[in-house]
Write a protein that binds this ligand. Structure first.
Ligand code: SF4
Length: 268
C-alpha cells in the first residue's frame, strides 16, 4: 500500500454499517456524494448535490459538498467490527463512486493490504463517470476491485437518455473495460413498469450481458417509490409520479426473459 493511501480524502454522503444487499455477506457500505446522472427513479437524489448534469467528467473529489472523510476513517470503522464482516467486506456506492476514483482507489488498495487481513472490495456503479480517454486515473481502483455491481439502466440509447439524462456510451465502455480486465461483474437492472419492462428492453439487457464473459450474475431490482419523499423534501420534481411500484412477484419471469435473450445472443 502506498503510504499516502490512508490520508486520501473523499466526499461522503453517509456510511451504513450493516449492509446486506450490496455485495456478498454483511458489508460496510460507503455512499459517496455526487453523481453526474439524473435517473428518474434514483432513490438517493440527496447524493446529487450541485454536480451539474452537464459537468465535464473527471475526478470530482475536493471542492464539492459532502462530508470529507479519509480512507483511514473508513477503514477504522471497518476494523472496529471486523469479526462482524467476516464473510462480507466494503462496498462503495453512491452517488457515483467512479466520480471519485482517487479516494475509492486508495480505499480499496488499503482494504486489500489491511494489516489484519485482506478485505473484499465491491464497487456499485452506473459506470457513467468512467473516462475511456483517461483510464490511468482508474488504475488503482480497478486493480483493487474484487467485484462490480454494474447497472444497465436501459438497453436503448434514447431510452437511456430519457431515463437518466445521459446516454449509455460510458457505462457500456466501462463494462467493456471490466470484461477486458476480467473483473467479476453482477449486472443490475431496475425494472420500472412501462419504462424498462417491455420484452424488447429486457431482451436488449440480455444482449448487452452477452458482450461480457466476466458477468457472474444478474440482479433484477423492482422499482419502488420509497425515494419519492426525498424529492418532495428537496423540492425536486419527481418524474415518475404516478408510476406504480413493480410487483416483486414478476422478478422470476423477467429474469428468465433476460437470461434467455443472453443465451440466444451467445448461440446457446
Ligand atoms: S446513477 Fe445511481 S446515484 Fe446516480 S442518479 Fe442514477 S440511481 Fe441515482
Amino acid at each position: 500500500m502506498g503510504d499516502d493511501a490512508v490520508d486520501v480524502v473523499g466526499r461522503l454522503h453517509s456510511i451504513e454499517t450493516f449492509g446486506t444487499v450490496d455485495g456478498p455477506g454483511v458489508r460496510l457500505v460507503v455512499f459517496v456524494q455526487g453523481c453526474p446522472m439524473r435517473c428518474a427513479y434514483c432513490h438517493n437524489p440527496d447524493t446529487w448535490d450541485e454536480v451539474p448534469a452537464d459537468a465535464p467528467f473527471g475526478d470530482q473529489s475536493g471542492a464539492r459538498p459532502g462530508t470529507p472523510s479519509t480512507v483511514a476513517h473508513v477503514l477504522d470503522m471497518f476494523e472496529r467490527n471486523r469479526a462482524f464482516y467476516r464473510h462480507g467486506g466494503i462496498t462503495v456506492t453512491g452517488g457515483e463512486p467512479l466520480a471519485q476514483p482517487g479516494f475509492v482507489g486508495a480505499l480499496f488498495e488499503a482494504a486489500h493490504s489491511a494489516p489484519a487481513g485482506r478485505v473484499h472490495t465491491c464497487l456499485d456503479t452506473s459506470g457513467a463517470a468512467w473516462d475511456p480517454e483517461r483510464p490511468d486515473r482508474f488504475e488503482r481502483l480497478l486493480a483493487n476491485t474484487d467485484l462490480v455491481l454494474l447497472d444497465i439502466k436501459h438497453s436503448d440509447a434514447e431510452g437511456h437518455r430519457d431515463l437518466c439524462g445521459r446516454g449509455p456510451e460510458r457505462p457500456l465502455a466501462f463494462g467493456d473495460e471490466l470484461a477486458r480486465r476480467r473483473i467479476p461483474t453482477v449486472i443490475r437492472h431496475v425494472v420500472v413498469p412501462g419504462i424498462t419492462d417491455d420484452p424488447d428492453e429486457l431482451a436488449g439487457v440480455g444482449r448487452i450481458m452477452a458482450r461480457w464473459d466476466n458477468v457472474v450474475g444478474l440482479d433484477v431490482l423492482p422499482y419502488h417509490t420509497m425515494g419519492e419523499a426525498k424529492y418532495e423534501a428537496l423540492g425536486i420534481p419527481y418524474r415518475l409520479a404516478g408510476v406504480e411500484p413493480m410487483d416483486p412477484g414478476r422478478v422470476p419471469s423477467i429474469r428468465k426473459r433476460i437470461m434467455e435473450a443472453r443465451a440466444a445472443a451467445l448461440g446457446r
